[in-house]
Design a protein around this ligand. Structure first.
Ligand code: PHE
Length: 453
């Protein structure tokens, strides 16, 4: 298709894919979910899920996308011969695109707010600053949170307007390596803080008594979320991929970088949690209550803080861009909308459905404490469209490739242009059996114990 964008080079694609993967999932979500799920055991479960579910599903999604050059709905429609049930799976992915874009931008907005606070010197030379209090005041201001939410949606839309190469690739190319260097330096500071040992122990010494179904679902959700799987992002990115690229190798590098950033972030946050006397299970506010104190405790902390928040914002943007790209590509491919119209409509809808999520941390009593439910709207939204919807999406990708379209066809696509696929048999086994059966068992177990039990 002449109008379809494509990546400019192999490294361009790996960087864009890694740009999609590396984002708030690694820097904000990984530490707090690890903290809430018992530390080291969770990390092990997360790694197992990345290797045995995440990696094979990523290869599958990229292959489906490249073969059809389509968004998820168009892809399922084409390869299933128009079967409604498969189109519905594509539809679920679109829905995840809208909703994840909506709530993810809320958190990215918090990061923008923290950049502002840091740049204004609010965390400079303040002894005994109660960072929990600072955070609570920040997120309970309705004007601030809704404004920042809008700002992120606007910035993302701007990048996506500009199309594949110009926008997404450019942003990923230079700044992600810099982010990684900064993470390493911060990790060195954190592990040498007095009181860091307890955090390190929590992060590295597994306590297997904490293993349970709920935790494994969280690990699976985290693996899929941070690798951008289960909602068609990698299908859509694969559709811009040239036949020359080696899919298993690209997927390997993307997975590798993502895991590296997650694990390094853990070394920044976990030791600091104990050093600063915070609670591992603080929830979504974890990095926001820990990081300002870390910056306060290091020479050049001001510059580090400002630089770090800028880089997280860019990491978040290369992810929001990849999320928005899914519904945008759908409307462009299937409904013949212009790119501009598609992006605008998705952005406005995401803003509207994300507003209650933005108000759910204290800005509105109703959304913060949903009557009769006892939790906040953000938690519900990010669990349903995060852990749950991505797991369902990944399950059906595995079933579709493993049992419907067929691993043989997938292998032909992967090997086109003479590319090698050394782990073909292992991959086939993982995508047919291991990935779908594991996802199914985890779900069945959680439903059995939580809903029926
Ligand atoms: N992987 C991204 C992150 O970790 C989030 C994401 C999820 C992107 C799903 C695309 C699809 O920040």
């Amino acid at each position: 298709m002449a109008t379809r964008g494509s990546w400019s080079s192999k490294t361009g694609f790996i960087l864009a894919g890694a740009g999609s993967a590396v984002g708030l999932g690694a820097i904000w979500r990984f530490p707090y979910v690890t903290g809430a799920n018992g530390g080291a055991v969770f990390v092990i479960a997360f790694l197992v899920c990345c290797f045995f579910i995440g990696y094979p599903v990523m290869v599958a999604e990229l292959t489906l996308g490249r073969n059809t050059e389509k968004n998820p709905v168009g892809m399922f429609n084409k390869l299933s011969g128009g079967k409604l049930r498969w189109k519905l799976v594509g539809g679920l992915m679109l829905l995840s695109g809208f909703t994840i874009f909506a709530w993810y931008s809320v958190i990215a907005g918090w990061v923008v707010g923290y950049l502002y606070k840091t740049a204004m010197g609010q965390f400079q030379n303040v002894q005994n600053l109660d960072t929990n209090q600072v955070f609570a005041e920040f997120v309970s201001n309705p004007l601030t949170v809704t404004f920042l939410h809008a700002l992120v949606i606007f910035m993302t839309s701007f990048v996506v307007y500009r199309g594949v190469k110009g926008g997404i690739e450019l942003l990923s190319k230079w700044l992600m390596p810099l982010l990684f260097v900064l993470l390493i330096l911060l990790a060195i500071r954190s592990v040498t803080l007095p009181g860091a040992t307890e955090g390190l122990r929590f992060y590295l010494m597994p306590d297997f008594s904490k293993l349970n179904g709920q935790m494994i679902l969280a690990a699976m959700g985290q693996a899929l979320f941070s690798l951008s799987l289960g909602m068609g992002t990698m299908i859509t990115y694969g559709s811009y991929l040239s036949k020359r690229e080696n899919i298993p190798a690209s997927a390997f590098w993307i997975t590798f970088f993502e895991i590296l950033v997650c694990l390094t972030t853990g070394f920044v946050i976990m030791p600091a949690v104990s050093a600063m006397g915070k609670d591992f299970a603080s929830g979504p506010e974890l990095i926001f209550v820990v990081l300002p104190s870390v910056f306060g405790e290091m020479p050049g902390g001001y510059l580090f803080g400002v630089g770090f928040f800028i880089l997280i914002i860019i990491a978040a943007l290369t992810s929001t861009v990849s999320i928005l790209e899914v519904p945008a590509a759908y409307f462009v491919d299937e409904k013949n909308w212009t790119r501009k119209k598609a992006v605008t409509v998705v952005a406005v809808v995401a803003y509207v459905i994300g507003t209650p999520a933005a108000m759910a941390s204290g800005a509105s009593e109703f959304w913060t404490n949903l009557p009769g439910i006892g939790t906040d709207f953000f938690t519900i939204m990010s669990t349903a469209f995060g852990d749950v919807s991505l797991s369902i999406g990944a399950f059906f990708v595995a079933i579709f490739v493993g049992w419907h379209w067929g691993v043989g066809r997938a292998a032909d696509e992967i090997e086109s242009n003479g590319n090698s696929f050394a782990i073909k048999r292992i991959w086939g086994f993982l995508i047919r059996y291991v990935a779908p059966i594991t996802i199914f068992i985890v779900f069945a177990h959680v439903i059995w114990t939580q809903v029926l039990g």
